[in-house]
Write a protein that binds this ligand. Sequence first.
Ligand SMILES: CC(C)(COP(=O)(O)OP(=O)(O)OC[C@H]1O[C@@H](n2cnc3c(N)ncnc32)[C@H](O)[C@@H]1OP(=O)(O)O)[C@@H](O)C(=O)NCCC(=O)NCCS
Length: 143
Amino acid sequence: MELVELGLSRLEDMLAVQPRDASICQSELSSPGYLVWGALRKEAVIGYVVVDSRITPHEIHMIAVHPESRRQGIGFRMLTAVVAKYRSIFLEVSDSNTAAQKLYARAGFREVGRRKAYYNDGSDAILMQVGDEIVMERNISET
Ligand SMILES: CC(C)(COP(=O)(O)OP(=O)(O)OC[C@H]1O[C@@H](n2cnc3c(N)ncnc32)[C@H](O)[C@@H]1OP(=O)(O)O)[C@@H](O)C(=O)NCCC(=O)NCCS
């Protein structure tokens, strides 16, 4: 597995990994504030992780692995590569998404807070972080 930065030409590949709003994916691939790291296997995108670099610590916006490639350690390898690169990272995960919570815990993330009934389905957002950087600064001027 190879981890490379993805650009706009990979929009269809990104959507094939995980169905999401195409305009959001397009914005992630084209905005300088976002970094999209893709896991390639024989040139094909089998997973990706979106990092919002406008924020300190950086935030993982999304991580996804193609359904046919799950439970092979791809998510874990992408996550550990991103943690090694950026050191301090923050993210939010639904308390109903057990797979993602387990993945994050395995990669060293710890719960630092909760937002009650944050998602449309009524589930809580669990705030998780890895690294020592606990000060959060949001610079929205670059959006
Ligand atoms: C969450 C996701 C990225 C995990 O990717 P993955 O490549 O399958 O994960 P890995 O194979 O690296 O698994 C690493 C660990 O995470 C945990 N895990 C992953 N998937 C799991 C599942 N379905 N159920 C329980 N634990 C799971 C396990 O602890 C696993 O270690 P193990 O296989 O040794 O038991 C993938 O399921 C996915 O794309 N889900 C849809 C998108 C999503 O929900 N993203 C997160 C929210 S933004």
